[in-house]
Design a protein around this ligand. Structure first.
Ligand code: AR6
Length: 171
């Protein structure tokens, strides 16, 4: 089944979807940016579940994804994925960022999720070039074959990302 792709400008903690994706770090213990916003809005239950995951499987490697409840968010799940810190190694960083989208979608699929929202992973504190990141994100979403996912929303927080996604999605 082919999923619909939408673009929304705003705060991912306000979006009505089954799963929101978090741009976490490998500690899974929270941070700034969208990670801070999700933990603040969702409440302490999210961190509690992240700690349980850490106790069970250790840190979350870059490119991988884990799932928790969404606490007080309108969503049912938060899928935490760890984007790469941009270090100029284009090939390696691109692959790792693609893995974030792929592994988050796979996890969503395993939970029979129909609607999922992504932030612009790695394009804030982790300094991944926005245009390159947008191309990778769109490519991975478009090529993912899914039986359950019906709608994917890209949630852009800043004007620059919104403009870029708009242009790329119009193509
Ligand atoms: N809703 C949607 N997008 C947002 C929101 C929000 N409420 N707030 C920020 N963004 P960043 P990263 C956008 O820095 O680069 C954390 O400390 C923001 O404009 O949140 O993957 C983690 O713990 C940007 O486009 O994540 C890690 O240590 C995008 O979200 C580290 O930052 C990603 O920016 C991860 O860095």
């Amino acid at each position: 089944m082919k999923h619909k792709i939408e673009l929304v400008k705003g705060d991912i903690t306000k979006i009505q979807v089954e799963a929101v994706v978090n741009a976490a770090n490998s500690s899974l213990l929270g941070g700034g940016g969208v990670d801070g916003a999700i933990h603040r809005a969702g409440g302490p239950i999210i961190l509690e579940e992240c700690i349980q995951i850490r106790n069970k499987q250790g840190k979350c490697n870059t490119g991988e994804a884990v799932v928790t409840t969404a606490g007080n968010l309108p969503a049912n799940y938060v899928i935490h994925t760890v984007g790469p810190v941009w270090n100029g190694d284009e090939e390696k960083c691109s692959k790792l960022l693609a893995n974030c989208y792929k592994n988050s979608l796979k996890l969503a699929e395993s939970l029979q999720i129909k609607t999922i929202a992504f932030p612009n992973i790695s394009t804030g504190i982790y300094r991944f070039p926005k245009n390159r990141a947008a191309k990778i994100a769109i490519q991975e979403i478009q090529k993912f074959q899914s039986e359950t996912i019906e709608k994917v929303i890209f949630v852009c927080f800043d004007d620059e990302n919104e403009e870029m996604y708009k242009k790329l999605l119009e193509k």
